[in-house]
Write a protein that binds this ligand. Structure first.
Ligand code: PLP
Length: 972
């Protein structure tokens, strides 16, 4: 076809120069879904002559940037990857024996490729819409079951951010669930140091006193709770039973941080009487990644089930009475309970929890036991051999032995480095060695050389034979686990790679992700997670680095972080950035901590009032409560804007004690408040600080900067604006940017001080740079787009949202608009009048959109009875039009219900979503099968089938089950 249109024998040379042919902005063109022609057509619809004109009309002049961002312009994928590789190769990948909660692991390749590197898994959203999320819900339920089995507890959640913050959550749970008057929390002195530090940071503003001491001193303190480590950070298998009994005798609750691999062999803390068991699931097949991301687990006894932080997956039924999974009562915790919430945790570590669960599914109970026994045997060989040569260590251990090496500490440590190995220095005279599933017999032989020099004469197999003969190892008989683990069929079925691959695919196929279509979630910014951004995550130079590795081995990471911080500072207008917080909510906490520390430093520590607009995300009040702040709500006007007069009055009223305003910009209502600069001024006049929630930065990057509007600190949800995928509910990253006066109060880290940071504020995360392994994603995102691509992305995000607004406004009421009738990067459709007139609810619409092949927009946030739609810049006009078509047809369906043509209880909205079972079952409904499941041409071309009918939430909460169904039958 094309050939005929070419002029035959055209001798002319291509007129573009080489530099024009280079296509430097290739990536920008791929990231932004709208072609220039699409943009033109859409600009006409929204009544703007150009993107710049649209921004002129939309953004208040007072905040609009005149200049381009001061940074490099777009790079090609080849350029950016090759430069990042040069940084990565500055990291030295040593063999880590450091332990401290981070271990080498062998990620099963079938899981690596089909989960961690598979957009079908990593681009999914948090499973708020369970009918199209049954796959990862099943996997997360497996995670819970695995945790319950290993810990011996009644229930478990589906992940927290890291072990240290999980322990901090356990402390507050102990306080909440305990009637004791005591304000003292006891931490055993052999808990991982980073965990002690994070608990201490958290305790300060709750007003808890922390005692860190040997558990034998427990009786000398009156405490509400106790934190233990099992096995201890130095490797001992402590007799936690007697400590738990001692704690119980004073009615204190006990939380045990446990190593899941050790638990395969050891008596479970549940059996020994623990109230809470938590830990990191990292070593179950998730790379160390310089500290994360990994899933922390959290398990408790049944009586604490209403107080457990985070999300719990539960079993319920669907409209046909078939079993269906969904997130249980905690799901919307912060939004419902606000400052009374049990925790501020929102984004967790779903993807990593899934990897760990699949590791257990793949290896099964026998495989896991073999792995754990093998690790333990290697540790026993090491300990026995060195003991024969006079180097003693702890007599009980699973995989970690801390050897007394006296004067030789420095020499042995150095010899290890020379062999490419990292040991753990303990005090002046000890060295810790922690083995893992990657350790080999040759590694142990090398460790003998490292500790003893080469003439030791120790032989690994000979020692092994002696151990087998004597039966002497580091686990005393009475500490060995007797009960079965992982007896549920799911852990006993998929042990061949073929079966495993099919199981992973089966679950993936039940889940709607960005691989199917758009996920137009207001506030959550589900944009492209480009392959080139994801590739570096699993480079060994990034994946296999321990967070506490010596600094000279992590130069590549640190250089990349410095560049990323500089770019984020330029984008936000702040002076310093901390990369430590592992989620937006964790960033809120770190930001408020910096504010309170700063205010203390200038003699204003009494300031404790936090103003929060009524439209705020639930994590805002929940975070403020964790900082012991008093929350005062600021009203919003009928346009969704903060009521400036109410704000002024409340700032005035609380002037003496005003600490902070937390405000989201553009507002959660999707508009750019004109008065933002004035709002910041008012707060400053009354001695307060402004925390700008950065979740909506996708409406600002390249066009405006929080730091120039008068804000003092913000978090950035890198998993929203900066392209880290949502992972089906995490991972995320929530770095914070601050003005210079707050920089000395950014979180530091006691184990490995944060590069270049002068601050003695304690850690808020277990590792100094949060989840280092996913920071390359945001780094690549910024490098690939460069200053022009970043700005164009924001402009197109705003164009897309305004286009949708105009098109939908003909059929639905739009709740709020800003200047010139424009919205920011998202818009809210008001379903309340429709519901009033027709009885059709926002939930019916959300479920019906599944039949049209879409994930629902954000439901009932920030306003109940509404849908908030955010298209992002990555969607094409074809996809936007497909969504508009669906919304318009849904509106017509509603009209039929409204007019009585369809009965209220018998129409496609009421019965949505429809499954294959529906259309193969007997059909006697008021509408056709075709109308049910193939309402559009696109659904006939490619159909996404919801796996179950509408899930019954109430049933699930009344009949709370969070273990794999039928598991009781497999127990004992
Ligand atoms: C997503 C979001 C948060 C919370 O961020 P997480 O990363 O989920 O902890 C806070 N505020 C707003 C407005 C958000 O959209």
């Amino acid at each position: 076809m094309r050939q005929t249109s070419l002029k035959r024998g055209n001798p002319k040379v291509e007129k573009r120069t080489l530099s024009e042919l280079e296509q430097k902005h290739d990536f920008t063109r791929r990231h932004i879904g709208l072609s220039p022609d699409d943009q033109q057509a859409m600009l006409e619809v929204v009544g703007a002559s150009s993107l710049d004109d649209l921004i002129q009309q939309t953004l208040p002049g007072s905040i609009r940037l005149d200049d381009a961002l001061s940074m490099d312009d777009s790079q090609t994928e080849v350029e950016a990857l090759s430069y990042l590789k040069s940084l990565a190769s500055k990291n030295k990948v040593h063999k880590s024996y450091i332990g401290m909660g981070y271990h080498n692991t062998l990620v099963p390749n079938v899981i690596l490729r089909n989960v961690l590197e598979n957009p079908g898994w990593y681009t999914a959203y948090t499973p708020y819409q369970p009918e199209i999320a049954q796959g990862r819900l099943e996997s997360l339920l497996n995670f819970q079951q695995m945790v319950m089995d290993l810990t011996g507890m009644d229930l478990a959640n589906a992940s927290l951010l890291d072990e240290a913050t999980a322990a901090a959550e356990a402390m507050t749970l102990c306080k909440r669930s305990n009637r004791k008057k005591s304000n003292t929390f006891f931490i055993a002195d052999d808990v991982h140091p980073q965990t002690i530090e994070v608990i201490k940071t958290r305790a300060e503003y709750f007003g808890f006193e922390i005692v860190v001491a040997n558990p034998s001193e427990l009786a000398n303190h009156d405490v509400f709770g106790v934190q233990l480590q099992y096995p201890s950070t130095y490797g001992d298998i402590t007799d936690i039973k007697s400590i738990i009994d001692a704690a119980k005798s004073q009615n204190a609750m006990v939380s045990v941080a446990a190593d899941p691999m050790a638990l395969v062999l050891l008596k479970s803390p549940g059996e020994l009487g623990a109230d809470v068991v938590l830990g990191s699931a990292q070593r179950l097949g998730v790379p160390m990644g310089f500290g994360g991301p990994h899933a922390a687990f959290f398990a408790s006894s049944d009586k604490l089930k209403r107080s457990v932080p985070g999300r719990i997956i539960g079993v319920s039924v669907d409209a046909r009475g078939n079993q269906a999974l969904r997130m249980a009562m905690q799901t919307r915790e912060q939004h419902i309970r606000r400052d009374k919430a049990t925790s501020n945790i929102c984004t967790a570590q779903a993807l990593l929890a899934n990897m760990a669960a699949m590791y257990a599914v793949y290896h099964g109970p026998e495989g896991l036991k073999a792995i754990a026994e093998r690790i333990h045997r290697l540790a026993a060989i090491l300990a026995t051999g060195l003991a024969e040569k006079g180097m003693s260590g702890n007599s009980t251990y699973f995989d970690t032995v801390t050897f007394n090496v006296g004067q030789q500490q420095a020499a042995i440590y150095q010899r290890a480095l020379d062999h490419g190995c990292n040991l753990r220095k303990v005090g002046e005279n000890q060295l810790g060695v922690s083995l893992d599933e990657s350790t080999t017999a040759a590694d142990v032989a090398q460790l003998f050389d490292i500790f003893l020099g080469s003439d030791h004469g120790l032989d690994v197999s000979a020692i092994d034979a002696r151990i087998v003969a004597s039966g002497d190892t580091g686990i005393r008989g009475e500490m060995r686990r007797q009960d079965a683990i992982l007896s549920h069929p799911v852990f006993n079925r998929y042990h061949s790679e073929t079966d495993m691959l099919r199981y992973l695919k089966k679950l993936e196929n039940k889940d709607y992700s960005l691989t199917h279509g758009m996920i137009p979630l207001g506030s959550c910014t589900m944009k492209l997670n480009a392959t080139a951004q994801m590739i570096p995550v699993t480079w060994p130079e990034f994946a296999n680095i321990h967070p506490f590795a010596p600094k000279d081995q992590t130069t590549g990471y640190l250089e990349m972080f410095t560049e990323l911080q500089t770019m984020l500072e330029e984008i936000t207008g702040y002076d310093a950035v901390s990369l430590q917080p592992n989620s937006g909510a964790s960033g809120e906490y770190a930001g408020l901590l910096a504010i309170r520390k700063y205010q203390e430093s200038i003699g204003q520590g009494h300031r404790n009032i936090c103003l929060i607009p009524s439209s705020a995300h639930g994590t805002n009040p929940a975070s403020a409560a964790m900082m012991n702040m008093k929350i005062v709500i600021v009203e919003c006007d009928e346009k969704g804007n903060v009521d400036v007069e109410d704000l002024r009055a409340k700032a005035q009223e609380h002037s003496a004690d005003l600490s902070t305003l937390m405000i989201t910009y553009p507002s959660t209502h999707g508009v750019y408040e004109e008065e933002i600069v004035e709002i910041c001024d008012i707060i400053h006049q009354h001695g307060g600080q402004v925390y700008m929630d950065g979740a909506n930065m996708n409406a600002q990057v390249g066009l405006a900067k929080p730091g120039l509007m008068g804000s003092d600190v913000s978090h950035l949800n890198l998993h929203k604006t900066f392209a880290i995928p949502h992972g089906g509910g995490g991972p995320g990253m929530g770095p914070i940017g601050v003005k210079s006066h707050l920089a000395p109060f950014l979180p530091n880290h006691g184990v490995t001080p944060v590069n270049g940071l002068e601050s003695d504020v304690g850690a808020v995360s277990a590792s100094p740079y949060g989840s280092g392994a996913i920071l390359p994603i945001s780094y690549m995102y910024i490098r690939l787009l460069g200053k022009s691509g970043l700005k164009a992305s924001t402009q197109n995000a705003i164009l897309g949202a305004n286009y949708l607004t105009e098109k939908l406004a003909e059929h639905y009421p739009i709740l709020y608009r800003g200047r010139n009738n424009k919205v920011a990067h998202e818009c809210i459709v008001d379903i309340r009048p429709i519901k009033e007139a027709s009885g059709v609810t926002e939930e019916d619409i959300a479920k019906r959109l599944m039949d049209y092949g879409f994930h629902a927009p954000t439901m009932s946030f920030p306003v109940a009875g509404t849908l908030m739609i955010e298209p992002t810049e990555s969607e094409s006009k074809v996809e936007l039009d497909r969504f508009i078509e669906a919304m318009v047809m849904v509106r017509q369906e509603i009209a039929k219900v409204q007019s009585g043509e369809w009965p209220a209880e018998d129409n496609p909205l009421h019965h949505a979503p429809h499954t294959m079972v529906d259309i193969t079952a007997e059909w006697n409904r008021a509408y056709s099968r075709d109308e049910a499941v193939f309402p559009t041409a696109s659904t006939r071309d490619s159909k996404f089938w919801p796996a179950v009918n509408r899930v019954d939430n109430v049933y699930g909460d009344r009949n709370f089950i969070c273990s794999c169904p039928g598991v009781e039958a497999y127990r004992d």
